[in-house]
Structures are given as structure tokens and as C-alpha cells.
Design a protein. Structure first.
Length: 148
């Protein structure tokens, strides 16, 4: 686990934020300076239910008592266990997640992923992107809507 302390200025003043990086077997999670969580699946990984649950616990510990706004980089993912996808619809997960922006490597991957998202309708805002910056901008907008 990597922890770096940084001083940042927010509209309400100055705060210390712990920059935290944590890992599971397949995924690295980083708390960004803007409060978003960036998750990146290792190339060629097949994500299990166990790894998904562990990742959720790690993310909750990174921003306790706050909603999770996640940029999930799926470039190079081999697949996800069906029960891991079902976990994303679990009540505890649904209540903790504010929104998820998924980033894929190509337009074709985005089309397939959007199809999967429609089949597994998520009860929180979620959207597929091929551009990480656009995904981050959308996620920040989702967070701002909830905070307004």
C-alpha cells in the first residue's frame, strides 16, 4: 500500500488528502486528488467475485462515509465472473456507489460493453468511454449533480 499526503485547495479551504494506492490480485485502486477513485485491471486478468468484493472493501476504506465515484479502466481485461457482475447490483454496493465511468480500449469494445451494461442495468449512473479524460469529466459532472 502506498500513501502520499498532499495539500490541496478546495472551494471550502485547504485540506490534507491521503493519496492512497491499494491492490487486489487483479486490480490497482488509486484515490485521485479530486476524490475520484481510479481502478485499473491488469492486462489479461479475469476478475473473480472474491477480487471484486476485496476491491469494494478497499475503495470504501479509501473514502469512508462518502459515495464512490469510480473511473474503471478495463483495457486488457479478459473477463469478469458472473457473480462478480451480480455483486455490482448488491444493495450495499448500490448504496455506496455514486457513479462509474468505464474506459475501454476501442470503439468495438465500447459497443460490446454498452450492450452488457444494458443487459445488467445498473441502478446508479454508469457510462462507457474510450477517452479517459471524457470519462473523468462525466464522472465529475455526476458527482456535482449529486452534491448540488
Amino acid at each position: 500500500m502506498l500513501i502520499i499526503f498532499k495539500l490541496i485547495s478546495l472551494t471550502t479551504g485547504l485540506y490534507f488528502i491521503k493519496m492512497i494506492e491499494r491492490r487486489t490480485k487483479t486490480t490497482t485502486y488509486k484515490l485521485r486528488e479530486d476524490g475520484l477513485i481510479f481502478s485499473q485491471v491488469q492486462k489479461g486478468s479475469y476478475v473473480s467475485l472474491e477480487d471484486t468484493v476485496k476491491g469494494f472493501e478497499l475503495m470504501k476504506s479509501m473514502v469512508p462515509n462518502q459515495k464512490l465515484y469510480i473511473v474503471s479502466d478495463l483495457f486488457g481485461i479478459k473477463g469478469t465472473e458472473k457473480n462478480a457482475r451480480k455483486f455490482a447490483l448488491d444493495t450495499e454496493f448500490v448504496n455506496k456507489v455514486g457513479a462509474i465511468a468505464f474506459v475501454t480500449g476501442s470503439g468495438a469494445s465500447k459497443i460490446i460493453a454498452n450492450f452488457v451494461l444494458r443487459l445488467n442495468k445498473m441502478p446508479y449512473p454508469s457510462k462507457m468511454f474510450t477517452d479517459r479524460d471524457k470519462a473523468i469529466a462525466w464522472l465529475k459532472a455526476q458527482r456535482d449533480l449529486e452534491l448540488a
